[in-house]
Ligand binder design. Structure first.
Ligand SMILES: [Zn+2]
Ligand SMILES: [Zn+2]
Ligand SMILES: [Zn+2]
Length: 273
């Protein structure tokens, strides 16, 4: 019997509900600071105000590691947080801030000497094939010039290692986006509406990650007030906001948030046990 690293453990060596989340980026599509902006947040020296494009790494207790989205900052994120291995990549949707780092996956092919499984809904896979046509055209030289990926369409719940993954469909203005639930953690980026059928998938959460863009309303993202209201509706023990624009300074905004709600920041690690 392996000694467990968690006090008062009821599981032993394997923890079906353990999830470690590493925030690789918590910024909106422009990142913070934005190019050519002199506002107080863009010029802030607080490291929590510097936000790369939105992405997380999820570590599961059987050692499986999942990357959610490949941002334009993926190379810098992987170097900064020393992410040397990935077992799968999930995509939430095919907007530029969530997919333009796809080519960086070549390094993980080289390091693992394996193809990387990629999971997304069918429309997102179609978008990836179109945007990165050089990767998917027949005869492309796998493993050197282009990433070696195996595409898996998501059609409902599926398993990764020992973990069941629950796709959570949300609305991002007119677009359909997938959130993902792993045990008692859920990641819902890029949304401004959560259908009733998806709310039903979000009970009993310990940790919720939710889109919260800025104070002013936006046609495709929750603003801060809407995100706080949605956090209350879902009722996770702790909610972290992501996809944050330069209007929201970390320190000043954090002081206004209700208990159990916080802004995430790049580099934040959350263990859900
Ligand atoms: Zn986005
Ligand atoms: Zn700014
Ligand atoms: Zn988007």
């Amino acid at each position: 019997m392996v000694d467990c690293r968690f006090p008062d453990c009821r599981f032993g060596w394997y923890h079906p509900e353990f999830v470690r989340v590493l925030f690789l980026g918590t910024g909106t599509s422009h990142g913070v600071p934005m190019i050519g902006c002199d506002c107080a947040v863009c010029r802030s020296t607080d490291p929590r105000d510097a936000r790369l494009r939105p992405s997380i790494v999820v570590d599961l207790d059987d050692g499986v590691r999942v990357l959610i989205d490949t941002t334009p900052d993926l190379r810098m994120q992987a170097l900064r947080y020393d992410v040397r291995r990935l077992d799968a990549v999930f995509f939430t949707h095919a907007h530029a801030d969530h997919m333009m780092g796809l080519d960086e996956l070549r390094r993980y092919n080289a390091l693992s000497r394996r193809a990387i499984p990629v999971y997304a809904d069918a429309p997102t896979l179609d978008n990836l094939r179109r945007t990165f046509s050089y990767v998917f055209e027949p005869g492309a030289p796998r493993g050197g010039g282009v990433p070696d990926l195996v595409l898996w369409p998501i059609g409902g719940r599926f398993s990764i290692g020992r973990q069941e993954v629950v796709p959570v469909p949300v609305k991002h203005g007119p677009w359909d986006v997938l959130g993902f639930r792993f045990g008692r953690m859920a990641y819902l980026t890029d949304c401004n509406r959560i259908p009733e059928s998806s709310l039903a998938l979000l009970g009993g959460l310990d940790c919720l990650v939710l889109d919260a863009l800025r104070h002013r309303p936006h046609p495709t993202h929750f603003n801060l007030a809407e995100a706080i209201a949605m956090a209350r509706t879902i009722g996770a023990r702790q909610t972290f906001f992501t996809h944050i624009a330069h209007e929201l300074g970390h320190e000043a905004t954090s002081a206004t948030l209700p208990p159990g709600v916080a802004l995430a920041h790049d580099g934040l690690v959350v263990d859900v046990v």
